[in-house]
Design a protein around this ligand. Structure first.
Ligand code: GLU
Ligand code: ZN
Length: 296
């Protein structure tokens, strides 16, 4: 199969309009390319999980007429696989243990990156603290990682300068999103990732992990994220309302509208099947404008 796409929601709450847009974009792009569309539940961060959210998300997707291929993958069941990947990186001497607390990092940091203080590498140069909980970091490469995003165009990042040595396994022993997403995309044979532009910044870190683990690379397309009237990304933190399964046809058309696909006015009164047929038939990723934060 030339195209395997995916949608990878975190069960921190029900899907909101922003997550619907990401689901619709990844679905249409997969189906318009005769590809598969897989579902992965990113329930790695148990402390942030909301009980029942996974069931709600699956129900919402079904009500909107999404049909996923193959079995659903749950990250919470894959800890051993992430550990094996971490071991493989450690064997290549790319990682090191870190016992710094958040405060110690903030106090010791002298450089700011795009995500705040850059970790100064204390534990790489000094002895780690005995009996302290250990996180695992990967040494950031001091070279430019470049890729072509299908929507955002040419991208490049020097991880050492912009981010610093990043965490693969946290002090609470949970695996970091950056590692899990790379391992899972490879295990599900994902060829194309379509997701929100808020993750554009993570992409170089993920490409570096793919390269270090000798995994095949992926094509990326980062769609604009939906913001509220205050300009904040829709999320559980900004109290975004859940999508309404009783109004699926109309909300689906709004999502297509947001993605600049120009659905005709009459479409919202049609059946979900008709809407999906239209959406896949008329899908054009080229119509999506780069990096514009649109209000709903
Ligand atoms: N689980 C992530 C989220 O809900 C998406 C990860 C991805 O698409 O790479 O924001
Ligand atoms: Zn440290």
């Amino acid at each position: 199969l030339k195209y395997i796409g995916r949608f990878a929601p975190s069960p921190t709450g029900p899907l909101h309009f922003g997550s619907l847009v990401a689901a619709v974009a990844s679905y249409c792009d997969a189906k318009a390319n005769n590809g598969k569309w897989l579902l992965r539940i990113e329930d790695l961060d148990k402390p942030r999980e909301v009980s029942g959210a996974t069931q709600t998300i699956l129900l919402q997707l079904a009500c909107f007429g999404f049909i996923w291929d193959d079995e659903i993958i749950y990250q919470s069941e894959r800890t051993f696989i992430y550990q094996a990947a971490l071991n493989a990186l450690s064997k290549q001497k790319l990682t090191y243990p870190c016992t710094c607390s958040r405060k110690e990092i903030a106090d010791a940091a002298t450089h700011k990156g795009i995500e705040g203080a850059i970790y100064p590498g204390t534990c790489l140069h000094e002895r780690i603290k005995l009996h302290a909980p250990i996180a695992w970091r990967i040494k950031a490469p001091d070279s430019v990682i470049a890729f072509e995003d299908r929507i955002q165009g040419k991208q490049s990042q020097n991880i050492a300068q912009d981010i610093g040595d990043y965490v693969l396994k946290r002090v609470d022993q949970l695996f970091a999103y950056q590692l899990a997403v790379v391992v899972d995309d490879a295990d599900q044979h994902i060829t194309h990732v379509v997701r929100g532009v808020d993750l554009l910044n993570s992409t170089a870190r993920q490409i570096y992990l793919q390269q270090s683990l000798q995994l095949t690379s992926v094509q990326y397309a980062h769609i604009p994220v939906v913001t509220n009237a205050q300009g904040e990304k829709l999320s559980k933190q900004t109290l975004a309302p859940a999508i309404n399964s009783h109004n699926a046809a109309e909300e689906l058309c709004y999502a297509l509208q947001f993605l600049n696909q120009n659905p005709p006015e009459y479409l919202k009164r049609e059946s979900l099947t008709t809407i999906w047929d239209w959406a896949i038939d008329h899908w054009s990723i080229a119509k999506i404008q780069p990096n514009i934060n649109n209000c709903i």
